[in-house]
Ligand binder design. Structure first.
Ligand code: URA
Length: 209
């Protein structure tokens, strides 16, 4: 089974609590999501391979450390993934970016793809797929299914919140994809929302409800 990493740093947990509050404004929800995602990026990237390079400081030659391999690809699941993407790009500004457009059919809760645009040379790159809410798992599974067709070197999945149902669905479909989250909530409701959760992440981020 894939690993589940709960990022329990106090700064992450504090910001998540502020975001959950129903009175949080669109402005503060968006800002907190960006800040929180930048903090999560540290943990998500903790194990990236590195190598030694020889560099010249103004005073001496030294051996320093650099991240290995081709540039990372951040893949945002539209539309709510945008919030995590923006925060992660602040700490990994050189990353390439892909987008997967998926909406949830309100009756079946299944993911329907309407957009898919990736950098050209995905093979041999490391991918980080981002979506704030891992709820039924259907969107995450559909996105990872599509991405695996392009044969990347690795895939990680990052969300803000998840629940036992979402974790087991993604683990069952993609046991090789580690999951990073700030919290695992109690359960899904019959409409596919996470409880206690934070509501509809896209609506709260963009002020559309
Ligand atoms: N998507 C959301 O935005 N919120 C949930 O609780 C579940 C899915």
């Amino acid at each position: 089974m894939s690993e589940v990493h709960v990022i329990d740093h106090p700064l992450v947990q504090h910001k998540l609590t502020l975001m959950r509050k129903k009175e949080a404004s669109t402005n503060s929800f968006r800002r907190l999501l960006r800040e929180l995602s930048a903090l999560m990026a540290y943990e998500v990237m903790r194990d990236v391979p590195m190598h030694d390079v020889t560099i010249e400081t103004p005073l001496e030659t030294m051996t320093a450390r650099e991240i290995d391999g081709k540039k990372l690809v951040l893949v945002s699941i539209l539309r709510a993934g945008t919030g995590i993407l923006d925060g992660m790009l602040e700490v990994v500004p050189g990353a390439r970016v892909g987008h997967v457009g998926l909406y949830r059919d309100p009756k079946t809760l299944m993911a329907v793809e309407y957009y898919f645009k990736m950098p050209q040379d995905i093979a041999e790159r490391d991918l980080i797929v981002v979506d704030p809410m891992l709820a039924t798992g259907n969107s995450a599974i559909a996105a990872v299914d599509r991405l695996k067709e392009l044969r990347p070197r690795s895939i990680k999945f990052v969300c803000l919140l998840t629940c036992p149902e979402g974790i087991s669905a993604l683990q069952k479909a993609h046991p090789d994809v580690p999951i990073y989250t700030a919290a695992i909530d109690r359960q899904l409701n019959e409409h596919g929302y996470i409880l206690p959760g934070l509501g509809d992440a896209g609506d709260r981020m963009f002020g559309t409800k």
